[in-house]
Structure formats: C-alpha cells, structure tokens
Design a binder for this molecule. Sequence first.
Ligand code: NAD
Ligand code: UDP
Ligand code: UDP
Length: 339
Amino acid sequence: SALLTISGGGGGGGGGGVGFRGLRKPPLRIVVTGGAGFVGATLVDKLKCARNSVIVVDNFFTGRKENVAHHLRNPRFELIRHDVVEPILLEVDQIYHLACPASPVHYKHNPIKTIKTNVMGTLNMLGLSKRIGARFLLTSTSEVYGDPLEHPQKETYWGNVNPIGVRSCYDEGKRTAETLTMDYHRGADVEVRIARIFNTYGPRMCIDDGRVVSNFVAQALRRQPMTVYGDGKQTRSFQYVSDLVDGLVALMEGDHIGPFNLGNPGEFTMLELAKVVKETIDPSATIEFRPNTADDPHMRKPDITKAKQLLNWEPKISLREGLPLMVTDFRQRVLSEQS
Ligand code: NAD
Ligand code: UDP
Ligand code: UDP
C-alpha cells in the first residue's frame, strides 16, 4: 500500500507525517524508556495496537520482563536491558522517557541512583533526541509542586519543594529533568513534550511497591489491615492508567509542549480511599494507623483545564470504576503467591 505522506513540518518526524485523509500514517519507530514498568508496559500495549515498531529500554530495577512478555515474539518489538544513566545509540522517531522509579519506597531506596537517573538519564535521552531529530516526551510528576500552597494545582504554579529532604532525589530530580528538557528545546531545537503525571493506579503495579492504592488493595486481599499513614486526612487524586496513556499519546502527537497536568481531579482523603477499597474488596476490612513519612504533601489535585482545551483529553474512569479492574489483576497475583 502506498504510504504517501506530507511532512508534519517542524522537523524530526516526531509526530509522524500528517497523512492525507484516507491514507494511513507511516509506522513510527518509538522508544519507551522504563517500558517494562507499570505505566510503560501499558503504554507499549497501546502503541503496539498501531503498526509502530517499539523498543523498550529498561534496567529492570522496578520493571519486569513479564509486563511485556506478550510482545517478545513480535518482530517489531525489541527489549533492551540498559541503564539510561549510560549513553545509548538508537535510530527512532519518538522517545517516551519514563525510566525512573515512581514509588516513594523505591526512589528512596537508593536516592543517589534516583537523581542520577533523573538528571543523567534525561540528559542522555535528550542528547539522543538531538542527534537523531526525534521528538522527546518527559514523564514528569505532580511532585514538582511539592507540598502545594495552591489548590488545585495549575501548570503555572512553581511549587513548594524541599531541596534537601528525603523526597528531593525524586521531586528536584524531575524539576531538573524539566529544566533540561526546556533547555534542549530552546538551545538545541529538540521537539519536546512534558507531562506532569498525578497519582496513577491500575493492573501491573508492583504488589509491594509501597504506594497507597497497591498497599490497600494487596492488604485487603490478604486480609491484613490497611495501613493509613498519619491521620489519613491528606488527599490525593487517583487516575486510572489507561486514561494516563491516552493523555501521553495525545500529548506526543499534538502540537503543544506543555507542561500538562495529566491526572483525575477526583480528590480523596486516604481514609476515603480505604473506604472505597473496603467496599470494593471486603466489607470486613480494617484499618491501622502508622506514622507518616517526612515531607508528605498534604493535598494534591490537578487542574486539567489546559489539557482539556489543548489536548482535547480528560480522564474517563472514576476510582470506583477503575479499582475493580485493578483488583482482578491483583487477586490473581495474590492467589498465585499463596498457592
Ligand atoms: P515503575 O517503577 O513501575 O516503572 C519505572 C520503570 O523504569 C521500571 O521498569 C524500571 O525498571 C525502569 N527504570 C528505573 N530506573 C531506570 C534506569 N536507570 N534505566 C533504565 N530503566 C530504569 O513506575 P511507573 O509508575 O510506571 O512510572 C513511570 C514514569 O511515570 C516514571 O518516570 C514516574 O516518575 C512517572 N510518574 C508516575 C506516577 C504514578 O503514579 N505511577 C506519577 C507521577 C509520575
Ligand atoms: N547521547 C547518547 N546518545 C546519543 C547522543 C548523545 O546517549 O545518540 C548522550 C551523550 O553521551 C551525552 C548526552 O547524551 O552524555 C548529551 O549529549 P549532547 O550531544 O547534548 O552533549 P555533549 O555530548 O556534547 O556533552
Ligand atoms: N499512604 C498511606 N498508606 C500506605 C502508603 C501510603 O496512608 O500504605 C499515604 C502516604 O503517606 C501519602 C499518600 O498515601 O500521603 C500517597 O502515597 P503514595 O506513596 O502512594 O504516593 P505519593 O503521592 O506520596 O507519591
């Protein structure tokens, strides 16, 4: 079939050529760093639905080969064990840069490695994007807003972040990654996109990664008390993973740099979350209070006006709809660990 296309303009071929109506877009070569992780593997599934070639680059720190095993026989899929802190040579059109542990338990485990991943890893992927003219998308985080003094958070808010605290390797690391991304855009003409992702949950999260949704769900399934840190009145806004990957692709394919908040504005206290998990899994589930961790943000909720207007994106799946989808996956994995 003829793949007649006109260039998308702006170079890089990042968004792919703009196909004439009725003609198919040419397949893209896409790298997903961190593609063996929770969000990355879900993104790879979505990208593989089209005719794209996908290369996953992952060091398997928190990711698992099982997450992408179903693609391994596909000739248009490649899995490379590689640490993004080291340089790499590849020839592709787009780079989704996700490599970085996301759970506080994981990123605090080796904080120096975390900040190296955020700074040197992002630098390498930007250097790669510059050399080959690829479009680069950074998965930043709502943690760049720190313990926010503005609520809900808009992209214009500069944040309230402790530069020397135990979370700094992650939140300051991501802030530096955003700076690098904008400097490569301004200074080296790299086509870039920045997503600020808010708390996301769904199937394939590590069962014991320490994040609140995975903890509560695993605890309720194992008939252990759900551990509420602090007084449980702190809030988060929980987004189902398929909504997030829809937003990431809309951002990559669109014309706007960002940053864009990608999150679900539905806000819950941790006590309310425990109640929803209890109603979904086991009405007899109990809770247990534990001391909170240092520098824990008191509240978090995205203002997604910008993404709605410019990306035509908004989340579709509420917590009460998404949680059962995650529970099905977790139940199977918890049962298999018990047998
Ligand atoms: P995850 O821990 O499941 O996945 C991260 C992946 O990156 C893993 O496969 C891991 O092995 C890989 N990785 C880590 N360090 C690496 C390195 N140095 N070199 C190569 N690979 C490396 O986390 P996730 O939830 O899928 O998060 C993906 C991205 O989204 C991260 O950048 C994270 O900061 C961002 N994010 C996630 C959330 C969320 O709630 N899940 C929220 C905000 C931002
Ligand atoms: N880099 C890479 N792959 C490439 C091109 C660059 O990993 O294809 C790395 C390179 O090793 C360097 C970083 O990206 O550490 C930044 O590259 P850039 O060319 O911007 O800077 P320089 O190498 O001039 O310091
Ligand atoms: N939390 C909790 N119980 C847990 C794990 C976390 O109450 O078992 C709280 C944590 O203190 C924080 C919120 O849940 O206030 C979200 O924590 P998580 O680690 O999921 O993500 P964060 O938004 O802090 O990166």
